[in-house]
Design a protein around this ligand. Structure first.
Ligand SMILES: Nc1ncnc2c1ncn2[C@@H]1O[C@H](COP(=O)(O)OP(=O)(O)OP(=O)(O)O)[C@@H](O)[C@H]1O
Ligand SMILES: [Mg+2]
Length: 329
Protein backbone atom coordinates (compact mmCIF):
# COMPACT_ATOMS: atom_id res chain seq x y z
CA UNK A 1 0.00 0.00 0.00
CA UNK A 2 1.38 3.39 -0.94
CA UNK A 3 2.70 5.51 1.89
CA UNK A 4 0.46 8.42 0.99
CA UNK A 5 -2.66 6.29 1.46
CA UNK A 6 -1.70 5.18 4.94
CA UNK A 7 0.07 8.46 5.73
CA UNK A 8 2.92 6.26 6.90
CA UNK A 9 0.90 4.76 9.75
CA UNK A 10 0.96 1.06 10.59
CA UNK A 11 -2.52 1.19 12.11
CA UNK A 12 -5.26 3.76 11.65
CA UNK A 13 -8.68 3.78 13.26
CA UNK A 14 -11.11 6.03 11.46
CA UNK A 15 -14.30 6.74 13.42
CA UNK A 16 -14.15 3.12 14.61
CA UNK A 17 -17.37 2.26 16.41
CA UNK A 18 -19.07 -0.84 17.77
CA UNK A 19 -22.53 -0.77 19.16
CA UNK A 20 -23.89 -3.53 21.39
CA UNK A 21 -27.63 -2.83 21.65
CA UNK A 22 -27.81 0.68 23.06
CA UNK A 23 -24.17 0.75 24.15
CA UNK A 24 -21.49 2.29 21.96
CA UNK A 25 -18.61 0.39 23.58
CA UNK A 26 -16.16 1.99 21.13
CA UNK A 27 -17.51 5.28 19.86
CA UNK A 28 -16.09 7.09 16.80
CA UNK A 29 -12.48 6.46 17.75
CA UNK A 30 -9.68 7.93 15.64
CA UNK A 31 -6.20 6.66 16.30
CA UNK A 32 -2.89 6.41 14.46
CA UNK A 33 0.02 4.18 15.31
CA UNK A 34 3.40 4.81 13.73
CA UNK A 35 5.59 1.76 13.10
CA UNK A 36 8.35 1.28 15.65
CA UNK A 37 6.63 3.05 18.53
CA UNK A 38 5.22 1.94 21.87
CA UNK A 39 1.69 3.27 22.22
CA UNK A 40 -0.55 2.86 25.26
CA UNK A 41 -4.32 2.73 25.47
CA UNK A 42 -5.57 3.61 28.92
CA UNK A 43 -8.87 4.44 30.59
CA UNK A 44 -11.10 3.38 33.48
CA UNK A 45 -12.71 -0.06 33.71
CA UNK A 46 -15.31 -0.62 31.03
CA UNK A 47 -13.92 2.22 28.86
CA UNK A 48 -13.79 0.01 25.76
CA UNK A 49 -10.06 -0.79 25.64
CA UNK A 50 -10.35 -4.57 25.25
CA UNK A 51 -13.24 -4.07 22.85
CA UNK A 52 -10.97 -1.91 20.69
CA UNK A 53 -8.40 -4.75 20.62
CA UNK A 54 -11.24 -7.10 19.68
CA UNK A 55 -12.11 -4.84 16.73
CA UNK A 56 -8.48 -4.64 15.68
CA UNK A 57 -7.94 -8.40 15.82
CA UNK A 58 -11.11 -9.46 14.05
CA UNK A 59 -13.10 -10.76 17.01
CA UNK A 60 -15.69 -8.04 16.31
CA UNK A 61 -16.39 -6.02 13.19
CA UNK A 62 -16.92 -2.27 13.53
CA UNK A 63 -20.57 -1.28 13.10
CA UNK A 64 -19.35 2.11 11.79
CA UNK A 65 -15.98 3.40 10.65
CA UNK A 66 -12.99 1.19 10.05
CA UNK A 67 -9.58 0.13 11.18
CA UNK A 68 -6.76 -0.07 8.68
CA UNK A 69 -3.59 -2.10 9.08
CA UNK A 70 -0.95 -1.10 6.56
CA UNK A 71 -3.79 0.52 4.65
CA UNK A 72 -5.98 -2.61 4.52
CA UNK A 73 -9.28 -2.70 6.36
CA UNK A 74 -9.56 -5.40 9.02
CA UNK A 75 -13.38 -5.22 8.86
CA UNK A 76 -14.93 -8.62 8.24
CA UNK A 77 -11.54 -10.35 8.19
CA UNK A 78 -11.10 -13.52 10.24
CA UNK A 79 -8.69 -13.38 13.18
CA UNK A 80 -6.27 -15.83 11.54
CA UNK A 81 -6.08 -13.64 8.42
CA UNK A 82 -5.31 -10.60 10.54
CA UNK A 83 -2.69 -12.63 12.42
CA UNK A 84 -1.20 -13.52 9.05
CA UNK A 85 -1.06 -9.82 8.12
CA UNK A 86 1.04 -9.28 11.23
CA UNK A 87 -1.08 -8.43 14.27
CA UNK A 88 -0.84 -10.64 17.34
CA UNK A 89 -2.10 -10.18 20.85
CA UNK A 90 -2.25 -11.38 24.41
CA UNK A 91 -5.42 -11.52 26.48
CA UNK A 92 -6.51 -9.77 29.64
CA UNK A 93 -7.48 -13.17 31.04
CA UNK A 94 -4.56 -15.42 30.23
CA UNK A 95 -5.46 -17.88 27.48
CA UNK A 96 -2.86 -20.63 27.51
CA UNK A 97 -3.33 -24.32 26.84
CA UNK A 98 -2.96 -25.24 30.48
CA UNK A 99 -2.27 -28.93 29.92
CA UNK A 100 0.43 -28.29 27.37
CA UNK A 101 4.02 -27.43 28.17
CA UNK A 102 5.42 -23.94 27.81
CA UNK A 103 7.24 -25.04 24.64
CA UNK A 104 4.11 -26.61 23.12
CA UNK A 105 2.17 -23.40 23.78
CA UNK A 106 4.73 -21.39 21.81
CA UNK A 107 4.79 -24.01 19.03
CA UNK A 108 1.05 -23.41 18.56
CA UNK A 109 1.82 -19.76 17.81
CA UNK A 110 4.67 -20.73 15.51
CA UNK A 111 2.39 -22.93 13.38
CA UNK A 112 0.80 -19.74 11.99
CA UNK A 113 3.97 -19.23 9.96
CA UNK A 114 4.38 -22.75 8.57
CA UNK A 115 3.49 -24.27 5.26
CA UNK A 116 2.84 -28.01 5.77
CA UNK A 117 -0.71 -28.98 4.92
CA UNK A 118 -2.86 -31.67 6.53
CA UNK A 119 -1.51 -34.36 4.14
CA UNK A 120 2.09 -33.82 5.23
CA UNK A 121 1.03 -33.69 8.87
CA UNK A 122 -1.06 -36.87 8.72
CA UNK A 123 1.61 -38.92 6.96
CA UNK A 124 4.51 -37.26 8.76
CA UNK A 125 6.45 -36.75 5.55
CA UNK A 126 10.18 -35.90 5.80
CA UNK A 127 9.40 -32.27 4.95
CA UNK A 128 6.82 -32.20 7.74
CA UNK A 129 9.33 -33.64 10.23
CA UNK A 130 11.93 -31.08 9.16
CA UNK A 131 9.42 -28.32 9.60
CA UNK A 132 8.37 -29.60 13.05
CA UNK A 133 12.00 -29.59 14.12
CA UNK A 134 12.39 -26.04 12.85
CA UNK A 135 9.22 -24.99 14.71
CA UNK A 136 10.58 -26.48 17.90
CA UNK A 137 13.93 -24.70 17.56
CA UNK A 138 12.26 -21.39 16.75
CA UNK A 139 9.89 -21.81 19.69
CA UNK A 140 12.81 -22.49 22.01
CA UNK A 141 14.37 -19.25 20.85
CA UNK A 142 11.19 -17.34 21.77
CA UNK A 143 11.17 -18.99 25.20
CA UNK A 144 14.78 -17.92 25.58
CA UNK A 145 13.87 -14.37 24.54
CA UNK A 146 11.24 -14.03 27.26
CA UNK A 147 13.45 -15.78 29.83
CA UNK A 148 11.50 -19.03 30.13
CA UNK A 149 13.78 -21.57 28.46
CA UNK A 150 14.36 -23.38 31.77
CA UNK A 151 10.62 -23.95 31.92
CA UNK A 152 10.28 -25.29 28.36
CA UNK A 153 8.97 -28.65 29.52
CA UNK A 154 6.88 -27.42 32.44
CA UNK A 155 3.13 -27.42 32.11
CA UNK A 156 1.80 -23.93 31.45
CA UNK A 157 -0.53 -24.24 34.43
CA UNK A 158 2.40 -24.94 36.78
CA UNK A 159 4.14 -21.64 35.98
CA UNK A 160 3.90 -18.65 38.30
CA UNK A 161 1.49 -15.96 37.15
CA UNK A 162 4.12 -13.55 35.82
CA UNK A 163 5.73 -16.36 33.82
CA UNK A 164 2.39 -17.30 32.28
CA UNK A 165 1.99 -13.71 31.09
CA UNK A 166 5.47 -13.85 29.54
CA UNK A 167 4.64 -17.19 27.94
CA UNK A 168 1.62 -15.61 26.27
CA UNK A 169 3.92 -12.89 24.95
CA UNK A 170 6.32 -15.56 23.60
CA UNK A 171 3.42 -17.25 21.81
CA UNK A 172 2.33 -13.92 20.31
CA UNK A 173 5.91 -13.18 19.21
CA UNK A 174 6.19 -16.60 17.57
CA UNK A 175 3.71 -15.47 14.92
CA UNK A 176 6.30 -12.85 13.88
CA UNK A 177 3.96 -9.90 14.18
CA UNK A 178 4.57 -6.34 13.03
CA UNK A 179 2.22 -5.13 15.77
CA UNK A 180 1.84 -6.83 19.14
CA UNK A 181 -1.18 -5.89 21.25
CA UNK A 182 -0.77 -6.56 24.96
CA UNK A 183 -3.93 -6.44 27.08
CA UNK A 184 -2.88 -5.62 30.65
CA UNK A 185 0.36 -7.63 30.64
CA UNK A 186 1.32 -6.38 34.12
CA UNK A 187 -2.00 -7.33 35.74
CA UNK A 188 -1.39 -9.38 38.87
CA UNK A 189 2.38 -8.98 38.70
CA UNK A 190 4.50 -8.00 41.69
CA UNK A 191 6.98 -5.09 41.54
CA UNK A 192 9.95 -7.11 40.30
CA UNK A 193 7.90 -9.06 37.73
CA UNK A 194 6.53 -5.78 36.44
CA UNK A 195 10.04 -4.26 36.17
CA UNK A 196 11.15 -7.34 34.17
CA UNK A 197 8.11 -6.86 31.95
CA UNK A 198 9.07 -3.23 31.24
CA UNK A 199 12.45 -4.44 30.07
CA UNK A 200 10.91 -7.19 27.93
CA UNK A 201 8.54 -4.76 26.22
CA UNK A 202 11.41 -2.41 25.42
CA UNK A 203 13.42 -5.31 23.97
CA UNK A 204 10.44 -6.32 21.80
CA UNK A 205 10.53 -2.89 20.21
CA UNK A 206 14.29 -2.22 20.27
CA UNK A 207 15.69 -5.65 19.39
CA UNK A 208 12.85 -7.05 17.28
CA UNK A 209 11.57 -3.78 15.83
CA UNK A 210 7.99 -4.77 16.62
CA UNK A 211 5.47 -2.00 17.26
CA UNK A 212 3.83 -2.34 20.67
CA UNK A 213 0.22 -1.40 21.49
CA UNK A 214 -0.33 -1.68 25.21
CA UNK A 215 -3.43 -1.62 27.39
CA UNK A 216 -2.32 -1.16 30.96
CA UNK A 217 -3.71 0.07 34.27
CA UNK A 218 -0.29 0.20 35.93
CA UNK A 219 0.61 3.85 35.30
CA UNK A 220 4.22 3.21 36.23
CA UNK A 221 4.49 0.79 33.31
CA UNK A 222 2.58 3.15 30.99
CA UNK A 223 4.56 6.27 31.86
CA UNK A 224 7.88 4.38 31.68
CA UNK A 225 7.25 2.86 28.30
CA UNK A 226 4.73 4.65 26.15
CA UNK A 227 5.81 7.33 23.74
CA UNK A 228 2.22 8.22 22.99
CA UNK A 229 -0.96 7.56 24.94
CA UNK A 230 -4.62 7.38 23.95
CA UNK A 231 -7.25 7.65 26.67
CA UNK A 232 -10.70 6.11 26.36
CA UNK A 233 -13.66 6.77 28.62
CA UNK A 234 -17.15 5.40 27.95
CA UNK A 235 -16.03 4.34 24.49
CA UNK A 236 -14.82 7.78 23.44
CA UNK A 237 -11.29 9.09 23.13
CA UNK A 238 -11.04 11.83 25.72
CA UNK A 239 -7.35 12.62 25.30
CA UNK A 240 -4.19 11.72 23.46
CA UNK A 241 -0.63 12.86 23.77
CA UNK A 242 2.81 12.22 25.16
CA UNK A 243 2.99 11.05 28.80
CA UNK A 244 3.66 14.53 30.21
CA UNK A 245 0.54 15.86 28.50
CA UNK A 246 -1.61 12.97 29.69
CA UNK A 247 -0.37 13.21 33.26
CA UNK A 248 -1.58 16.78 33.54
CA UNK A 249 -4.71 16.52 31.39
CA UNK A 250 -7.75 17.53 33.49
CA UNK A 251 -10.16 15.33 31.48
CA UNK A 252 -7.97 12.29 32.09
CA UNK A 253 -7.64 12.98 35.77
CA UNK A 254 -11.39 13.55 36.04
CA UNK A 255 -12.04 10.21 34.30
CA UNK A 256 -9.80 8.44 36.79
CA UNK A 257 -11.23 10.36 39.71
CA UNK A 258 -14.51 8.54 39.46
CA UNK A 259 -12.67 5.25 39.69
CA UNK A 260 -11.67 3.11 42.63
CA UNK A 261 -8.11 2.59 41.41
CA UNK A 262 -7.09 6.22 41.58
CA UNK A 263 -8.99 6.62 44.82
CA UNK A 264 -6.97 3.87 46.42
CA UNK A 265 -3.74 5.40 45.18
CA UNK A 266 -4.59 8.80 46.58
CA UNK A 267 -5.56 7.30 49.93
CA UNK A 268 -2.26 5.46 49.91
CA UNK A 269 -0.39 8.69 49.30
CA UNK A 270 -2.23 10.53 52.05
CA UNK A 271 -1.45 7.71 54.46
CA UNK A 272 2.23 7.85 53.55
CA UNK A 273 2.33 11.61 54.03
CA UNK A 274 0.62 11.39 57.40
CA UNK A 275 3.14 8.76 58.46
CA UNK A 276 6.04 10.94 57.27
CA UNK A 277 4.73 13.79 59.36
CA UNK A 278 4.08 11.53 62.31
CA UNK A 279 0.39 12.42 62.19
CA UNK A 280 -2.60 10.18 62.57
CA UNK A 281 -4.15 9.30 59.20
CA UNK A 282 -7.72 10.54 58.82
CA UNK A 283 -9.77 9.20 55.91
CA UNK A 284 -11.69 11.78 53.90
CA UNK A 285 -15.28 11.89 55.07
CA UNK A 286 -17.22 15.03 54.23
CA UNK A 287 -19.90 16.61 52.07
CA UNK A 288 -22.11 13.59 51.68
CA UNK A 289 -20.03 11.81 49.03
CA UNK A 290 -19.03 8.27 50.00
CA UNK A 291 -16.05 8.46 52.30
CA UNK A 292 -12.74 8.31 50.53
CA UNK A 293 -13.89 8.52 46.90
CA UNK A 294 -11.69 10.54 44.60
CA UNK A 295 -14.64 12.56 43.37
CA UNK A 296 -15.17 13.65 46.91
CA UNK A 297 -11.50 14.31 47.48
CA UNK A 298 -11.57 16.78 44.64
CA UNK A 299 -14.82 18.49 45.63
CA UNK A 300 -13.80 18.86 49.23
CA UNK A 301 -12.12 22.16 49.91
CA UNK A 302 -11.35 21.65 53.58
CA UNK A 303 -9.31 18.49 53.13
CA UNK A 304 -5.94 17.78 51.64
CA UNK A 305 -7.17 17.50 48.08
CA UNK A 306 -8.11 20.45 45.89
CA UNK A 307 -9.39 21.45 42.44
CA UNK A 308 -8.78 18.99 39.59
CA UNK A 309 -7.34 21.76 37.43
CA UNK A 310 -4.22 21.64 39.54
CA UNK A 311 -4.01 17.87 39.60
CA UNK A 312 -1.39 15.83 37.77
CA UNK A 313 -0.74 12.12 37.66
CA UNK A 314 2.75 11.09 38.68
CA UNK A 315 4.67 8.17 37.21
CA UNK A 316 3.15 5.85 39.80
CA UNK A 317 -0.29 6.76 38.51
CA UNK A 318 -0.96 8.68 41.70
CA UNK A 319 -3.12 11.70 41.10
CA UNK A 320 -1.17 14.52 42.70
CA UNK A 321 -3.11 17.59 43.71
CA UNK A 322 -0.95 20.68 43.74
CA UNK A 323 -2.97 22.56 46.37
CA UNK A 324 -2.55 19.54 48.64
CA UNK A 325 1.05 20.59 49.22
CA UNK A 326 0.07 24.09 50.38
CA UNK A 327 -2.76 23.30 52.71
CA UNK A 328 -0.64 21.57 55.29
CA UNK A 329 -3.38 19.04 56.12
N1 LIG B 1 -19.94 -8.64 23.46
C1 LIG B 1 -20.40 -7.63 24.20
N2 LIG B 1 -21.73 -7.44 24.32
C2 LIG B 1 -22.22 -6.41 25.07
N3 LIG B 1 -21.44 -5.54 25.73
C3 LIG B 1 -20.12 -5.70 25.64
C4 LIG B 1 -19.51 -6.74 24.88
N4 LIG B 1 -18.17 -6.64 24.99
C5 LIG B 1 -17.93 -5.59 25.78
N5 LIG B 1 -19.09 -5.02 26.18
C6 LIG B 1 -19.25 -3.83 27.02
O1 LIG B 1 -18.45 -2.82 26.46
C7 LIG B 1 -17.89 -1.99 27.50
C8 LIG B 1 -16.40 -1.93 27.34
O2 LIG B 1 -15.84 -3.16 27.78
P1 LIG B 1 -14.28 -3.47 27.68
O3 LIG B 1 -14.10 -4.86 28.14
O4 LIG B 1 -13.81 -3.13 26.32
O5 LIG B 1 -13.67 -2.44 28.72
P2 LIG B 1 -12.16 -2.25 29.16
O6 LIG B 1 -11.82 -0.81 28.91
O7 LIG B 1 -11.30 -3.27 28.57
O8 LIG B 1 -12.28 -2.42 30.74
P3 LIG B 1 -11.31 -3.18 31.80
O9 LIG B 1 -10.26 -2.15 32.17
O10 LIG B 1 -12.20 -3.47 32.94
O11 LIG B 1 -10.75 -4.38 31.16
C9 LIG B 1 -18.37 -2.58 28.81
O12 LIG B 1 -19.49 -1.87 29.24
C10 LIG B 1 -18.72 -4.01 28.44
O13 LIG B 1 -19.70 -4.52 29.29
MG1 LIG C 1 -10.20 -4.82 29.28
Amino acid sequence: MAKTETQGYLMQAIDATIQFGGLRAVDSVNMNITAGTIVALIGPNGAGKTTFFNLLTGIYTPTEGEILFEGRSVSGKKSHVIADWGISRTFQNIRLFKNMTALENVMVGRHVRTSSGPFAATFRTPSFKREEKQIQEDSERWLEFVGLIEHANDLASSLPYGAQRRLEIARALATEPKLICLDEPAAGMNESESADLDELILRIRDELGITVFLIEHDMKVVMNLAEYIYVLDFGKLIAEGVPAEIQSNPAVIAAYLGEGGAEALVEERRKKKAAERGEEYKPLDTHGAPAGTMAEAVQTSDTAAAAPATAVMDSDGVVMVAADENKGE
